[in-house]
Write a protein of this length. Structure first.
Length: 279
């Protein structure tokens, strides 16, 4: 191999490292949330997990935009997701309420949540190699790990602005964690935000809405985050119905194709061949 070609292979443009850098920052944010929890800085712990979710949403998009997706980046992303959205929320909630209220049982619940997140990520990676209809990309199988981690902190976030000890109840949070663990590991279809398309006539309206949400986030961050989590959960019944309708349409289409007699297919192909020959 020529020396110049070998040297070119050893050098990578900085742009190609941006997705992996974002993934590493997400991993660091997830681990930092645990450090904040150990120091009982609960609000900072939640912010760190949310920051990991934002960075996780950016790394994949940057990889596609820069055409720098790689097997290494995919494996690193899975590791980061498991730590930031499985280990970190489980430990934060355990330290916040489960340890003092439930002791060993609280640790078991935190483990169940973390393991469920790991299973959800493993299933997601394995499904990437499966052939699926085009419409299936509009849905996740189970709640996505970043959403599951964020929503599992819902009662913790509500307690920040209400100050009510009821939302710190270990039994309440344990039940909610088990429910979120089930939702992540389940096969319930949920809408994928990645596939949402916006008509051009609504772009200005969406930008104005984003500006308004930014203003609300600056003034009432915890209230807005709670509202977003609740709205997301209310969309799940609609995603189930929508997914079921598309499944039925796909089944009817496949059934209609199978019902067509082979003779008709042969005749139509023969007729087409004759027309092609005549032309």
């Amino acid at each position: 191999m020529p020396i110049q070609h070998r040297r070119r292979l050893r050098v990578m443009p900085l742009n190609s490292l941006i997705p992996n850098i974002l993934t590493m920052l997400a991993l660091c944010a997830g681990l930092t949330s645990v450090r904040f929890a150990l120091d009982e800085k609960w609000e900072l712990a939640v912010i760190a997990i949310l920051a990991a979710g934002v960075l996780d949403g950016l790394d994949g998009r940057m990889a596609r935009l820069l055409n720098s997706a790689s097997k290494f980046g995919a494996e690193l992303d899975s590791l980061s997701d498991f730590v930031s959205f499985g280990v970190a929320p489980g430990l934060v909630l355990f330290l916040w309420t489960l340890e003092s209220g439930l002791g060993g049982v609280g640790w078991i619940i935190a483990l169940i949540f973390t393991v469920s997140c790991g299973l959800r990520l493993a299933r997601f990676n394995s499904m990437l190699e499966e052939k699926q209809p085009a419409w299936a990309s509009r849905y996740f199988t189970g709640i996505a790990a970043p959403a599951g981690a964020s929503i599992s902190l819902l009662f913790m976030v509500i307690s920040f602005y209400t100050g009510d000890d009821f939302f710190r109840s270990p039994i309440l949070n344990a039940a909610w964690m088990l429910f979120m663990a089930f939702m992540m590991a389940s096969r319930i279809p949920t809408f994928s935000i990645k596939r949402i398309r916006i008509a051009r006539r609504f772009i200005m309206l969406i930008l104005l809405l984003v500006g308004g949400l930014a203003a609300v986030l600056a003034s009432y961050p915890w209230q807005l985050l709670s509202l977003i989590a609740i709205i997301y959960m209310t969309t799940i019944p609609f995603s189930i119905l929508s997914h079921r309708r598309l499944q039925e349409q796909e089944a009817r289409k496949a059934s209609n194709t199978e019902d067509v007699p082979e003779e008709a297919i042969d005749d139509s192909n023969g007729k087409k061949d004759k027309e092609d020959g005549d032309s």
